[in-house]
Design a protein around this ligand. Structure first.
Ligand SMILES: [Zn+2]
Length: 215
């Protein structure tokens, strides 16, 4: 798979335009998982996906797949929102170092908060998957794709206090997703990237190099 991900024409409308509301589509081997469509309401759609039966069933199916080829793709109409840290210095580290001590440093309650930090929720969820299914690590034909239509840049019209909780995605957020095992891709619709999608595609090679260099 190249730097971009393609989306079937049937779902173009919902994902063509990055916006404030989140839309998530969970697919397994190219098929939409039953119950695998989510949109933001009270909570961001990524959070709803991570606590859904569809997600749990999909992980259980691919976790014990031996060496069979499986592609789990999470399609989002923007990048997952920024994880809000209690203090800043951790962000000077490479994602691998950060991840090594994640549980010790961040109380679980912070990662579990429903209203912010979907990038870290997704990264933590995949980290938990590899722990639960250690054999899956040896399956080179298993891949998790995070296909994002464009950069999330927060809500420009909301007060600063609120923006801190639903903040723009950072390079560090992307690094944590890559470190956790997500193949982050910019999503094309009709073979076209959005402006924010192009920005994402431009930065991803540097993020991947940064993560690889920190291991
Ligand atoms: Zn979010």
């Amino acid at each position: 798979m190249g730097p971009q991900a393609q989306l079937a024409a049937t779902t173009v409308d919902a994902f063509a335009h990055p916006g404030e509301s989140t839309r998530v589509l969970l697919t397994h081997n190219g098929q939409i998982v039953p119950g695998g469509q989510f949109s933001s309401g009270e909570n961001h759609a990524e959070y709803e996906m991570l606590r859904s039966d569809a997600w749990a069933r999909t992980l259980a199916a691919v976790g014990r797949a031996g060496t069979a080829a499986h592609r789990v793709a999470v399609v989002i109409n923007r990048t997952p929102c920024h994880f809000v840290f209690g203090s800043r210095p951790w962000m000077d580290e490479a994602p691998a170092t950060f991840f090594a001590g994640l549980e010790a440093r961040i109380p679980a309650a912070r990662v579990d908060r429903p209203w912010c930090g979907c990038s870290m929720k997704l990264a933590s969820a995949l980290k938990a998957f590899w722990t639960t299914y250690p054999d899956a690590r040896r399956n080179a034909s298993l891949e998790f794709v995070l296909a994002c239509r464009g950069y999330y840049d927060g809500r420009r019209t909301t007060p600063l206090a609120y923006r801190k909780q639903q903040a723009p995605t950072t390079t560090f957020d992307l690094g944590c997703l890559v470190e956790a095992g997500w193949r982050v891709r910019a999503l094309s619709v009709g073979k076209t990237l959005s402006g924010r999608g192009q920005a994402l595609a431009d930065v991803l090679p540097r993020v991947e190099a940064w993560v690889a260099g920190g291991r």
